[in-house]
Design a protein around this ligand. Structure first.
Ligand code: NG6
Ligand code: CA
Length: 525
């Protein structure tokens, strides 16, 4: 494992990745880039992918005007490691530091300040770079306790973003405030914020003692301080004037994204938007309440669709749509019960969030890691649906190529330049394998084959995208598994005994990738 110093030396000494023919000619203006990541959205959660109880007209339009990948992956079945991989081009499990778990709201920044991240690279390429919405990559240096009343840093601005308007972790974790450019806006110094994940430092009601105050019942883990009628993970005191309301989060994401696009319309810009839905707590804004046919989880997916639509409308209004790349995906697969009794299980009404795939968020089964993956760039991409494999970890090398920016080969060791795939210049699967990370460990998909070593599984976290199916209730993987996804897309039949050589080959390949921090040479189209 590399120390920061050896990593830095490797980065400095490593050869630059050769950017042969740029994906965009020098004379054309660089495309703007917007990555919109939903939170826990499944591949079956869009009407263009077959959902009928949920309507996603804006996502359907986006997909219809771009390429929709049916084999799109999040590198991990949880948020922090997936976002880490997207921004660094490196699988998070290569790091010893705490990026493989789920960070609390007061956890330190898990990306080294100064690292050549995707936003840092795009900044070098002349882009203005910003992030709005969910962060969940930690804040502060971890040496002193993070103080939300002062400068909340290091954070996004130290790893390549020029602007940020974020919430620290998840909506179900304290502190329930925004952070804009290292400061909590609207904070009254006479009412300072104190946060603890260990002790109940707040004199305000909590979910365990006063469940009668709750809008939604919650499990023990989510029964900390009650804020806006929802009990959260952790305890929080103070900061009343700065607290967000759940029902206003989506409007704020739209307002800040639109303002950002307007402010930077005349220069190439990169905007990373972290939507909060359909992660728990699921609280629909008034216009969306009761609009879907599968309960509140469907209603907040309508809210996802609305937010994407507002961003698309802004691009249309400013005449930027043609030369703006929008990547829409999700940080991990879907889940129904994740701590709050919000009716998502009971109201499912036959909807299939993972499109029938096995498993859910937290798990290395396809249902945990397969995600919606749409790329629209009207000037360069012909609309189509693709069966080629792609992962969020590929955003780094692919966008570097499109932006015409070189980087040291070791900077993004797991990222493949898939620009030929994205731009429809090849039918080949330039990514022929991908490593998937879940709470219990790693798995590998290569071609149609998927190998899952025995592991402790997800320790019973959450439940189902296939809640009705009892076979999928057990999250533990006591024996290794092998599936052929072409014949058995839902991973129902473990065929390891019939194919021991194939299992051994994939097990070996997984070990090789684990031990080699650099991917084989980038594939040629
Ligand atoms: C888990 C929470 C879950 C959710 C998740 C993060 C428990 C029992 N469950 O620890 O509710 O917050 O973390 O989700 O605490 S993620 O999409 O950001 O990874
Ligand atoms: Ca998530």
């Amino acid at each position: 494992m590399k120390t920061p110093l050896t990593l830095l030396c490797t980065l400095l000494l490593a050869p630059l990745v050769a950017i042969s023919a740029p994906a965009v000619s020098k004379s054309e203006p660089k495309p703007n880039i917007i990555i919109i990541l939903a939170d826990d959205l499944g591949p079956g959660d869009m009407s263009c992918a077959g959902a009928t109880k949920i309507k996603t007209p804006n996502l359907d339009r986006l997909a219809g005007e771009g390429v929709r990948f049916k084999q799109g992956y999040a590198p991990s079945a949880t948020c922090t490691p997936s976002r880490y991989s997207m921004l660094t081009g490196e699988y998070a499990w290569r790091q010893k530091v705490k990026v493989n778990s789920i960070l609390d709201g007061d956890a330190p920044l898990c990306i080294e300040p100064g690292r050549l991240t995707l936003p840092a690279l795009l900044h070098q390429a002349g882009y203005y770079t910003g992030v709005v919405g969910k962060w969940h990559l930690g804040l502060g240096d971890g040496k002193t306790k993070l103080d939300f009343n002062g400068e909340v840093k290091p954070g996004p601005l130290d790893i390549g973003f020029d602007y940020c308007h974020i919430i620290p972790a998840t909506v179900d974790r304290v502190p329930s405030v925004w952070v804009e450019n290292d400061k909590v806006p609207n904070l009254d110094p006479a009412d300072p914020i104190i946060v603890s994940y260990i002790n109940n430092i707040s004199e305000e009601p909590n979910g365990l003692d006063q469940p009668d105050l709750l809008k939604q019942g919650a499990d023990k883990q989510h029964s900390g301080t009650i804020i806006n009628g929802i009990s959260r993970i952790g305890y929080m005191k103070g900061g009343h004037s700065a607290r967000f309301k759940d029902e206003e989060l989506a409007t704020k994401v739209v307002a800040k994204s639109v303002e950002y696009i307007e402010n930077h319309k005349d220069e190439p810009f990169f905007l990373s938007v972290g939507l909060f839905e359909p992660h728990v707590p699921r609280v629909a804004d008034p216009p969306f309440v009761g609009t879907s046919q599968c309960g509140v989880r469907g209603d907040v997916i309508h809210q996802v669709d609305w937010q994407v639509g507002e961003i698309m409308k802004t691009l249309d209004r400013l005449d930027l749509a043609k030369n703006t790349i929008i990547i829409f995906s999700s940080d991990n697969g879907p889940i129904l019960f994740d701590g709050y009794y919000d009716g998502s299980v009971e109201d499912l009404n036959g909807h299939q969030p993972a499109g029938g795939l096995r498993g859910w968020k937290y798990l290395v089964f396809e249902g945990g890691c397969r995600v919606p993956f749409i790329v629209r760039w009207p000037e360069q991409i012909k609309p189509r649906v693709s069966d080629q494999m792609i992962s969020l970890v590929d955003c780094y090398a692919t966008l570097a190529k499109i932006a015409g920016q070189e980087f040291p080969a070791s900077a993004a060791p797991d990222s493949l330049d898939l620009s030929p795939v994205v731009l429809g210049k090849t039918d080949k699967n330039l990514r022929d394998h991908t490593v998937l990370h879940g709470i219990g460990g790693l798995a590998i998909r290569k071609g149609d084959w998927k190998y899952i070593p025995a592991s402790a599984g997800a320790g019973g976290m959450g439940s189902g995208a296939n809640a009705a199916d009892e076979r999928f209730a057990a999250a533990t993987i006591p024996n290794p598994m092998l599936f052929n996804l072409a014949a058995d897309p839902n991973e129902e039949e473990n065929i390891i005994e019939k194919n021991p050589e194939k299992a051994a080959e994939l097990a070996k390949e997984l070990e090789t990738i684990k031990n080699s921090p650099i991917v084989p040479p980038q594939p040629k189209s």
